[in-house]
Design a protein around this ligand. Structure first.
Ligand SMILES: [Fe+2]
Ligand SMILES: [Fe+2]
Length: 182
């Protein structure tokens, strides 16, 4: 945890363009690379033991739905909000060139993103409960153990990703917008 605090604090000094690049190349890249790995692990556990672990069936359903919603969330960030954040970074160096976003101000879209983060967090918490805090059953095979290891890693990365966006990236972008709109 202390390590994460250090990691998050170090980013507070970065400019908007660098934070956007970082979030995309680490946390978004992590999600895109790991959804299919986790879905495959879930399928493998289910194929080997179709009836033995009802919680795996439930986690599979939740996770697949979650990843669909999450993909749409990433598109909204990468195609709409992040390009505007990058522009805000440039406008700060040349305030006269500032042009407002087509969606007006950041207030509404940022609230939508934060609400979606809360929903994502709740879904992952449900998976955490279903997996007994990522504790494999005593008779779990290596695939099952790997699945729980990956799900735990996935939650940790997502929590960090949300903290960086909510507390640093969105906060910094809103502050820049406020400054430029004056
Ligand atoms: Fe994100
Ligand atoms: Fe996000």
């Amino acid at each position: 945890m202390a390590k994460n605090t250090e990691y998050i604090n170090s980013m507070k000094e970065w400019d908007l363009e660098d934070i956007v690049d970082h979030v995309k190349s680490t946390h978004h890249a992590y999600l895109k690379a790991n959804y299919p790995i986790i879905v495959r692990l879930l399928e493998k556990v289910l194929e080997k033991n179709p009836k033995k672990y009802p919680e795996i069936k439930e986690i599979h359903e939740i996770f697949v739905e979650f990843t669909d919603d999450m993909s749409r969330h990433l598109v909204k960030e990468e195609e709409i909000l992040f390009p505007y954040f990058q522009k805000l970074g440039k406008y700060l160096n040349d305030p006269k060139s500032y042009e407002p976003a087509f969606f007006g101000s950041l207030k509404k879209p940022v609230k939508v993103m934060e609400d979606e983060h809360d929903d994502e967090h709740d879904i992952i918490e449900k998976i955490k409960q279903l997996s007994n805090n990522y504790t494999p059953p005593a008779d779990a095979d290596p695939t099952h153990k790997m699945l729980y290891f990956k799900l735990k890693e996935f939650q940790e990365d997502l929590d960090l990703h949300h903290t960086i966006e909510n507390d640093i990236l969105f906060a910094k972008a809103e502050e820049a917008e406020k400054k430029l709109k004056v």
